[in-house]
Design a protein around this ligand. Structure first.
Ligand code: GLN
Length: 552
């Protein structure tokens, strides 16, 4: 008999941003560590087909998968926590669901029926959720996170679909986990359970009785309060879990495990499994909590006030810090401020600089100034995508003497378009899903910093761009000391540039941050952090030496 895939549905209540994604990832990690095969899916109730065209200010980072899908940032958490490779099938949106149903209706597939939310939309949602169950290797468990908050109009079809699945799959094959908030009211000096009660009432109104509550709270929730929540919400007390704020998100699985969360899930599904093997994870968390060194790395971008726009980069620094036993303090600098006040004011005491990816001309001149500052002062640098393109512009202008070098993305009648449109992007007018997206191979030059980091000469990395280094300028840049350290296998696209006479200056056309994992940091981030630690130690040693000389 074919294996029955079990389903865990993670919903959220009271407010958004409770960390449903982290909760779903943590439960996934714990179950995987018990030897189960786990798949994570995110349902996004918005009408956009994917988040690719959304402003990162509103939506946060667009997470690109190997297969070139532009997905929700929660998929980044899933990949990082479960060390998995996800695809477009792991992120479904209302836009995709309606697209499919409407296309079918136009084809006449519904044979004259009135096409409705129930059953047609809900059927399509269930089909997509059950996609992996129908594969050759069905997972033991599929964890489905429903975006948004219970009570939102747009979430309703998804909640109805998962309600139906409880009925169709059998209640002991489906588990509902509700993530909710237990706020601390400072004036009363008390935690309050009422919002949780209301949220569960709302969920029950839709016909879903949660099996477990993950209660997010700034303080620990005592047994009396858990008992009260249990009683009002009809959830067994042992399944009322406190998800207290923690200093690192990677501590969440350990916190959940300490409260038997994974054991309760196993009991629900009738699984008798060994304890999870999480020793390596525990060691990693221990190192994050107790770093021995501290470095400052400047990040200069357009959206410095919205950290979610750089989620994977922030996490990559946490992972890289583990190898160096260092805490990376990120100094967020607006590129427009650098343009106004100069780079030194903001970057004089950083041990490294990262320029992330981006679109649009705003802030580009500030980024170019920041790059010049770190290049001339031998401060380690990592440029990602637009960051790499800015590094090329800076080098062309200030080292090769091409004063008006710029990117074709911003100006069309340039004398020196050192960054120009990729040949296969010419004539593309649609914005959604039309960039160079996803995994492409890259050949690494011998004797480069990149080769040293990767320890090999052929890698695969994820991309999301339309523009590239203009091959007309390759030779000139190289003659002036900018190494083409990585190229596509046919050598037509430059993937990595490095400044030869610099302690560590690397620019990459792809997004290394998407492949960094907590227990396996990305080699470039790892070496960038190492170089920044070395830079700081050098600087400290030099200043101690000059102090000693003065006092002699
Ligand atoms: N805007 C640039 C391009 O399209 C860089 C993109 C990015 O940084 N992700 O090529």
């Amino acid at each position: 008999m074919a294996k029955q895939t079990k389903y865990i549905f993670v919903t959220g209540g009271v407010v958004s941003s409770l960390g449903k994604g982290i909760s779903a990832s943590s439960i996934g990690l714990l179950l995987k560590s018990r030897g189960l095969s786990v798949v994570n899916i995110k349902c996004d109730p918005y009408i956009n087909v994917d988040p690719g065209t959304m402003n990162p200010f509103q939506h946060g980072e667009v997470y690109v998968t190997d297969d070139g899908s532009e997905t929700d940032l929660d998929l980044g958490h899933y990949e990082r926590f479960l060390n998995s490779i996800l695809t477009k099938e792991h992120n479904l949106t209302t836009g995709q669901v309606y697209n499919t149903v409407i296309t079918r209706e136009r084809r006449g597939d519904y044979l004259g029926a009135t096409v409705q939310v129930i059953p047609h939309i809900t059927e399509e949602i269930k089909n997509r959720i059950k996609h992996f169950e129908k594969s050759e290797n069905p997972p033991d468990v599929t964890i489905v996170e429903i975006g948004g908050t219970v009570g939102d109009i747009e979430s309703l079809p998804f909640l109805e679909a998962i309600r139906q699945m409880g009925l169709e799959e059998g209640r002991n094959n489906v588990m509902y986990i509700h993530v909710t908030l237990v706020p601390y009211i400072r004036t009363a000096g008390e935690l309050k359970t009422k919002p949780t009660q209301h949220s569960v009432k709302e969920l029950r109104g839709i016909g879903i009785q949660p099996d477990m509550l993950l209660c997010r709270s700034a303080k620990s929730i005592d047994d009396d309060m858990r008992k009260k929540i249990s009683l009002f919400c009809s959830v067994p007390m042992k399944a009322v879990i406190t998800a207290e704020d923690v200093s690192t998100i990677y501590g969440v699985p350990l916190n959940l495990h300490a409260q038997d969360t994974d054991k309760i899930v196993c009991e629900h599904f009738g699984w008798d499994l060994p304890e999870p093997d999480i020793a390596e994870w525990e060691k990693m968390v221990e190192t994050i909590i107790n770093p021995q060194k501290h470095i400052k790395i400047g990040i200069c971008g357009k959206y410095v006030n919205l950290k979610d726009a750089y989620k994977s980069i922030i996490e990559s620094f946490v992972h890289a810090g583990v190898t160096s036993i260092a805490e990376v303090d990120l100094i967020w600098v607006s590129s427009e401020d650098i343009k106004k006040h100069g780079a030194e004011k903001f970057l004089h005491d950083v041990d490294g600089l990262l320029i992330p990816g981006g679109f649009g001309e705003r802030g580009v001149e500030g980024k170019i100034e920041a790059i010049r500052f770190v290049r001339e002062n031998n401060i380690p640098f990592l440029g990602i995508c637009l960051g790499m393109q800015c590094a090329v512009i800076e080098y062309a202008r200030n080292v090769c003497g091409l004063e008006d070098a710029h990117s074709f993305e911003f100006y069309r009648d340039l004398k020196h378009p050192v960054i120009h449109l990729m040949a296969d992007q010419e004539g593309v007018t649609d914005l959604g899903g039309t960039m160079r997206l996803g995994a492409y191979p890259c050949k690494i030059e011998k004797g480069t910093k990149s080769e040293e980091a990767y320890g090999c000469n052929s890698v695969s990395e994820r991309h999301r761009h339309r523009y590239e280094l203009n091959n007309t300028y390759r030779e000139m840049l190289a003659d002036n000391g900018l190494t083409m350290a990585g190229v596509s296998p046919d050598e037509r696209l430059v993937e990595i540039v490095e400044v030869k006479d610099h302690p560590w200056f690397v620019g990459v056309q792809y997004h290394p941050e998407l492949k960094s994992r907590p227990t396996n940091p990305h080699p470039l981030f790892r070496d960038f952090v190492k170089a920044s630690v070395a830079y700081k130690e050098n600087k400290t040693a030099n200043s101690q030496e000059s102090e000693a000389n003065v006092s002699k």
